[in-house]
Design a protein around this ligand. Structure first.
Ligand code: ARG
Length: 280
């Protein structure tokens, strides 16, 4: 760690993941997806298993939801719901191809003893567009999640929700453009946001790590942090250097197959949050 970098502390997390057993790209709902490009499902599974094993080796708990045949994007568990303080807002997907995933996630949560499980009225794609940073929810809109759903999240979770508008179709979910590193630290790509949202982010996180387009383009912001370790693609080299300078420990992950669907490490990972306590 560089001499003047702050000490960072990992907090054990509980995650939900979905094995990419049925992963493929046979429709296009974002600019990364091209059904004409072949996918290698066994390779996707191996890469995903390495991500899973990395979480376990860092001391995190990973729960699994059964993949459903015919739902190739179900591997992107972050989109299934937003969970805060044991309350669950189940996703309501924008595109018809993903709509049936909602029922699978709803069933999973209803049988796991969460204190409240709500099926959303408005379109929202879970943690794809809802990122929890300390006591606030950062909520994306522009491509998938409707702005009206931000009020729904505020009512259910009882915390401030900061709406952020995405303007670049390659960064169609908030978690492709911004990663929460710790309660009060984030990294993001300013070019993905409207001028008003850039101003809001500057005011909220004056010391944020700002990513360049090249690192955003390799999905460097689709990262998962436990407060100390930050899992991100090895190609995001400049971000890794900046993270290390701030005391974080970058851990490279390769999810090249899932990137063909516009997904990365964060997309595969839904955090299950209980009462601010670490549950293991
Ligand atoms: N193919 C998926 C879609 O377009 C990718 C979802 C990525 N998930 C995420 N949290 N950004 O919906």
């Amino acid at each position: 760690m560089p001499p003047h970098a702050p000490a960072r502390t990992a907090r054990p997390r509980r995650y939900l993941m979905c094995r990419p057993t049925h992963f493929t790209v046979d429709y296009a709902i974002n600019p990364w997806m091209d059904p004409a490009t072949p996918t290698d499902t066994p390779l996707a599974i191996r890469q995903w298993e390495r991500l899973y094993a990395t979480y376990v080796s860092l001391g995190h708990t990973v729960e699994l939801i059964e993949p459903v045949p015919g739902l190739p994007d179900m591997v992107f568990a972050a989109n299934g719901a937003t969970v805060l303080d044991g309350r669950v807002l189940v996703a309501n997907f924008r595109h018809s191809q993903r709509v049936p995933e909602s029922d699978a996630y709803q069933r999973w949560f209803r049988t796991r003893g969460f204190r409240e499980v709500r099926q959303a009225d408005h379109v929202n794609e879970g943690e794809g567009d809802h990122l929890v940073a300390g006591g606030v929810v950062l909520a994306g809109t522009g491509f998938r999640t409707e702005r009206a759903s931000h009020a729904e999240a505020r009512a259910l979770f009882g915390v401030p929700v900061v709406s952020l508008t995405l303007v670049d179709p390659r960064f169609y979910h908030l978690d492709t453009a911004l990663a929460v590193l710790d309660d009060d630290q984030v990294m993001y790509y300013p070019g993905a946001f409207s001028p008003e949202s850039r101003a809001a982010l500057r005011a909220l996180f004056p010391g944020a790590i700002l990513a360049e387009r090249a690192d955003a383009e390799v999905f460097g912001l689709n990262a998962v942090s436990d407060g100390r370790h930050v899992l991100l693609p090895s190609a995001a080299r400049r971000l890794a250097t900046r993270l290390a300078a701030q005391g974080f420990e970058p851990i490279p992950v390769d999810l090249s197959e899932l990137l063909k669907s516009g997904g990365g490490a964060k997309c595969c990972t839904l955090e299950l949050r209980h009462s601010g306590r670490a549950v293991s």
